[in-house]
Design a protein around this ligand. Structure first.
Ligand code: SAM
Ligand code: SF4
Ligand code: SF4
Length: 405
């Protein structure tokens, strides 16, 4: 049963690219404008059914392709203080954009309860994300609560967080004290002008570098640095970034620009394939050699420099999809479970958590989660390659800032 409201975005095609403007209804079009209806997924209410036979979790649940559930990414806010052009373009996420109200957000007790249920199914790694997770008030308290969970065989969880780094310099130590294991920091350029062009809020590179240094001092390493590469925007920064982070303990990861969401005007031409990234680094005299993965399902292909220290990762979500061993689930800011970054529908766990009759104890929710994961057959990125343009049309795709990157 689905209910929800639709709105449209107006795509104006201009010589420099495509951008979208929110609009309440479909209006007349001119030669240079067309309207594409998109769905506000946050309003959809898919009612989950609790199975009649409840089952105790066994510490392992496999999906339809035999992929276990190992990672849970938790979006703690859909808000952000950046407006990265590839994620939350200003034209869409402007002052009129309706972010989720506070009452819609899962509270810390609810997030911890869900996390405990997922851990009982085999999750060993939690990643807090968003939006910008450090904007969530008292995030340290949530981390401490999550730290109180251990795996069925008594091991500590790997609790990580992905941040744009803007608040990291002042928060790194308190995050560590709260129990955070590691941090991933996004940084798309070392050049201030390029970085500002990408974050679109005039934020400086030096402030992010200060955040990285503070995280390192607080023991939140090894720190991963995420760089989304967009052709013609920051690809000239590939080599300077590699050079800067070579011989440091930080792992620089180059991410292929992805067709997530419906607002960033993604085009295949904007993607620099990972193979080309590696080639450019090699050509600049920093010879790379491959390294074995740390674990099955690792998103980044690992490489080390032949001369000197340092590791990089290449995340080839577009050109070399890694769906075959994808073990990640995502919990949106208001408690919907997505079994794929490109899933078009979330499963409303919050409705079960907030059941006014209290008829959904943990075992019932746990049985629902097991049922959903077993039915999972997502492999969007693998399917995308042949039919890129059709699949990337903004039909029902969910924004990354909402689902969590
Ligand atoms: N605000 C935090 C940050 O930027 O690190 C966490 C959320 S952000 C959505 C998580 C990661 O997704 C970031 O590293 C960001 O660069 C990446 N990302 C966002 N949009 C992307 C896109 N279209 N393609 C590839 N990566 C993207
Ligand atoms: Fe914000 Fe992160 Fe998206 Fe940039 S990538 S707009 S920092 S959520
Ligand atoms: Fe996993 Fe979906 Fe990404 Fe494939 S497209 S790797 S299934 S999240």
């Amino acid at each position: 049963m689905l209910s929800g409201f639709f709105y449209s975005i107006k795509i104006r095609i201009r010589t420099h690219g495509i951008f979208a403007v929110p609009s309440q209804s479909v209006q007349s079009t001119s030669m240079t404008e067309k309207f594409i209806p998109i769905v506000d997924h946050r309003q959809q209410q898919a009612v989950l059914r609790v199975p009649s036979r409840l089952e105790e979790p066994t510490g392992q649940v496999m999906d339809a392709f035999g992929r276990p559930l190992h990672d849970l990414r938790i979006s703690v806010t859909d808000r952000c203080n950046f407006r990265c052009v590839y994620c939350m373009p200003k034209d869409i996420f402007d002052k009129d954009y309706l972010f989720l109200p506070q009452t819609s957000l899962l509270n810390f007790e609810e997030i911890t309860r869900i996390a405990r249920i997922f851990v009982a199914h085999g999750v060993t790694k939690l990643r807090l994300t968003g939006g910008e997770p450090l904007l969530r008030k008292n995030i340290e308290k949530l981390i401490t609560m999550l730290r109180g969970i251990s795996t069925p065989d008594g091991r500590e969880l790997d609790i990580t967080l992905t941040t744009n780094g803007s608040l990291l310099a002042r928060k790194a130590q308190s995050l560590r004290d709260a129990g955070l294991t590691r941090v991933t920091v996004s940084l798309d350029s070392l050049n201030d002008a390029t970085f500002k062009q990408m974050n679109d809020v005039d934020f400086s590179v030096s402030d992010v570098l200060d955040g990285i240094a503070a995280a390192h001092d607080a023991g939140l390493g090894p720190i991963k640095i995420n760089m989304v590469v967009k052709a013609g925007l920051n690809d000239q920064e590939i080599v300077p970034m590699a050079r800067h982070f070579q011989n440091t303990p930080h792992i620089l990861r180059f991410i292929e620009y992805m067709d997530v969401g419906a607002s960033n005007g993604w085009k295949l031409d904007d993607v620099i394939p990972s193979a080309e990234v590696a080639q450019r680094i090699n050509d600049a005299g920093m010879t790379l050699r491959p390294v074995d993965p740390n674990y099955n399902g690792e998103t980044a292909k690992r490489w080390r420099y032949a001369d000197g220290d340092g590791e990089i990762g290449l995340i080839s979500s577009v050109t070399q999809a890694f769906c075959h061993d994808c073990s990640r689930a995502r919990l949106s800011t208001e408690g919907k479970l997505y079994t794929c970054l490109f899933a078009t529908e979330g499963h409303d766990l919050r409705a079960l958590l907030r059941d006014p009759l209290g008829t959904h104890p943990d075992l019932a929710i746990s049985s629902v989660v097991a049922q959903l994961w077993r039915a999972r057959s997502d492999r969007y990125s693998e399917q995308r390659s042949q039919n890129t343009l059709e699949l990337s049309a903004p039909k029902k795709k969910i924004e990354m800032s909402y689902i969590g990157g």
